[in-house]
Design a protein around this ligand. Sequence first.
Ligand code: ADE
Length: 255
Amino acid sequence: MDFYVMTLFPQMILQAASFSILDRAQKQGRISVHGVDIREYSHNKHRHVDDAPYGGGAGMVMQAPPVYEAYEAICRKVGARPRVAYMTPAGETFTQKKARELAREENLVLLCGHYEGIDQRVIDEIVTDEISIGDYVLTGGELPALVVIDAVARMIDGVLGNEESAGEESFSGMLLEYPQYTRPADFRGRKVPEILMGGNHEEVRLWRLERAMETTMEKRPDLLRPEGMSREERGIYERLREKFLEKSLASKGHL
Ligand code: ADE
């Protein structure tokens, strides 16, 4: 899959994508991350791509023509008109589901704004998706674009090695990670749970499933979908729920 990031700061994207799993995935040819410098499409001898807003007000607005021409150049290169995701706090909140959906694209363009925003007319002309990575305002779309690239890339076949499989979101919902431990076996008096030292793979598997479900129930119960659980998951879920109920009744002095 090819990511094309339209930005005033292509180095920010290329640098960040040159480490760890994104770097390996690029070297293996599974993904490519291209920085498309909007400034290259400036119409101005000073290479400016922004101007004062019509109607007045503070700040500068990114002009439509350079953004549009940068997109057209990408289209010519790939011989198609790929989806364009505009990074904006006004977009739909990015989720694992959206990451999986975008991972099916052959090419994906990510548009990063700066200054006070981008001329609405080029947004109306080329943008197909508006994505927010959360309810806070950043100084530009580059960090959000990197978040999207990272989450989408790890959904692509072969990007994660056998050792690092993508925790599947199943019909039972998304489970948060179970706790992990490595040597030493005793850290400041805190011991590794016995069951993990016993070497019984089935016991370890069940313990991890239960811890994952417990963490999810405590921290993000909204992620669980009991109706889609297997018998095994449902059993663990019901047992944990009773435990929680008892604990919360006890803490309120009802038991
Ligand atoms: N640009 C600025 N803030 C952003 C956010 N929270 N998500 C996506 N793009 C942004």
